[in-house]
Design a protein around this ligand. Structure first.
Ligand code: NAD
Length: 498
């Protein structure tokens, strides 16, 4: 190990101050493309740190909720402009801490820019309803109200985009925030929070506490917390839900996926291959929306699989900082071990390993967590590699004989985030669009690539009914108050007086 004495230590951000954890401990953030490189040391926080951050957020709420929404939005707009200025530097930091290629980390920062700009617009909207009253001389309307302190627990695969998806709508609605990023990617969260500090978000409105499950648990249980917004695995999401339930908190969960691309016999095959490559191996398969399953009509199965495998084999794997690289490493050693375990499971289940299947660990790969792009063919829908989220560069390809069968396979998993169909038949496209039970659906495009102004989220074990992004996010971070103003000067009884 190459311990660098100049490695920077990053602190928590609580009540407008950068402070160390009371634990006195830090944890390392290492580059998954080169484990010798320590990106930084971050606070290994405790419940006391969380409690201090939550108290700061509770104090700040009294003032922030009364700040006019357009004023709150001006700060978001300024933050978006600052993100634009620092986009390249933040993208490089992100590639170093989690491995995905520069083009994609630039996209991640861009998503934070887009979301922050979009939510700034909501400072002048947050439309409620004004409706006629059933009684004379009475006015009826509904307005959005903030909820208070929001806990935000985020994963490592979109380390700036996901915090921005939660923080921007929460702030524009008038809430205050404590953010806990994944321990694998705290630097991108620090970069984002620093931008908010730099543009003048008042002390305590946004707080950052780094650390692991202990921190997240307290954020889900503390009395002062009104909303818990979690993105991560289904296993942890269930725990968060259980922990938050006794306090009747509003819990927003975005969890795992096992997304499918259906390729029909009339599809433009070259386009479908491109889509499956990007959907399956973009972000090294580590997207919640990754196309980890492909269902191909039997008439084109062989030709599709041959071309898909050839293209996957040709992908340039390497350090994401190299502009030539098309696929980076897995985020961590343990994520790589998971990938390798599932490759073994796939073999043992009798699927055909069409390409890949091995760890890359020699030469330039020796110090990183690299794996070959891997495709299994002859996969049966019930196999574990077709059912469980692997979160790595492994795609399971299955055959179908009809659209109905493809839809049944598509829906036949525990998750329901994203699905797609490649076809030139509009009737098939609309049927699949209606019948795939997912929160997101694409036609002639892969399962990844959501835009910030539409709702984002999934069904079944992917989500609990809330949606991120778009104006749907406002429903997570605000609640409705219906207001009736009677200016008749007399008692009027609804449903009784006419
Ligand atoms: P994870 O569940 O391991 O961790 C997510 C966050 O929860 C991290 O910050 C982690 O430190 C924290 N955490 C861990 N234990 C906790 C506990 N007991 N209480 C509270 N917080 C706790 O997930 P990950 O490995 O960081 O991310 C990968 C997962 O995220 C995949 O399953 C992926 O599908 C999912 N994901 C979903 C979406 C979506 O929008 N649906 C988006 C991105 C990622």
């Amino acid at each position: 190990m190459d311990e660098d004495a100049t490695v920077q230590t990053y602190q928590n951000y609580i009540g407008g101050e950068w402070v160390s954890s009371v634990s006195g401990r830090t944890f390392e953030n290492r580059n998954p493309a080169n484990d010798d490189e320590v990106i930084g040391l971050f606070q290994d926080s405790t419940t006391s740190d969380v409690e201090a951050a939550l108290a700061a957020a509770a104090r700040a709420y009294d003032t922030w909720r009364l700040t006019p929404a357009p004023k709150r939005a001006e700060l978001l707009l300024a933050a978006a402009a600052r993100l634009v200025q620092h986009k390249e530097a933040f993208a490089r930091d992100m590639t170093r801490e989690m491995g995905k290629v520069l083009e994609e980390t630039r996209g991640d920062v861009q998503e934070a820019i887009d979301m922050t700009q979009f939510m700034a617009g909501e400072g002048r909207r947050q439309y409620g309803q004004t409706v006629p009253s059933e009684l004379r001389d009475k006015f009826a309307m509904s307005v959005r109200q903030p909820l208070g302190v929001c806990s935000m627990i985020t994963p490592w695969n979109f380390p700036m985009a996901i915090p921005s998806w939660k923080i921007a709508p929460a702030l524009v609605c008038g809430n205050t925030v404590v953010l806990k990023p994944a321990t694998l990617t705290p630097l991108s969260a620090v970069n984002f929070v620093k931008v908010l500090e730099d543009v003048g978000i008042p002390p305590g409105v946004v707080n950052l506490v780094t650390g692991g499950a202990e921190v997240g648990t307290r954020m889900a249980t503390h009395d002062v917390v009104k909303v818990v917004s979690f993105t991560g695995s289904t296993v942890v999401g269930r725990l968060v839900n259980q922990n938050a339930a006794p306090g009747f908190k509003k819990v927003h969960l975005e969890m795992g996926g096992k997304n499918v691309i259906v390729v029909m016999d009339d599809a433009q095959l070259e386009l479908a291959v491109e889509g499956c490559l990007w959907g399956g191996f973009g972000t090294t398969g580590q997207r919640c929306t990754a196309a980890s399953r492909v269902v191909v009509h039997e008439k084109v199965y062989d030709v599709f699989l041959r071309e898909f495998a050839a293209r996957a084999k040709a992908l340039r794997v390497g350090n994401g900082l190299d502009e030539q690289t098309q696929m980076g490493p897995s985020v961590s050693e343990s994520q790589l071990q998971t990938v390798m375990k599932y490759v073994e499971i796939g073999r043992a289940e009798g699927a055909t390993l069409v390409t890949g299947g091995h760890r890359l660990d020699t030469g330039a790969y020796a110090r990183g967590w690299f794996h070959e792009p891997t495709i299994f063919g002859d996969v049966a829908p019930g196999m574990r590699i077709a059912q469980e989220e692997i979160f790595g560069p492994v795609v399971s390809v299955m055959r179908c004989r009809s659209l109905d069968e493809a839809i049944a396979i598509g829906n036949g998993v525990a998750y329901g985030l994203s699905a797609s169909i490649y076809t030139r038949d509009i009737n098939k496209a609309f049927t699949a669009m209606r019948d795939m039970y997912t929160g997101i659906f694409y036609v002639n495009a892969p399962t990844i690539g959501a835009e910030v102004h539409l709702p984002f989220g999934g069904t079944k074990a992917t989500g609990n009914g809330h949606r991120e992004a778009g104006t749907a996010a406002l429903d997570v971070f605000s609640e409705w108050k219906s207001i009736y103003v009677d200016f008749s000067g007399r008692l009027q009884r609804a449903q009784i007086d006419t």
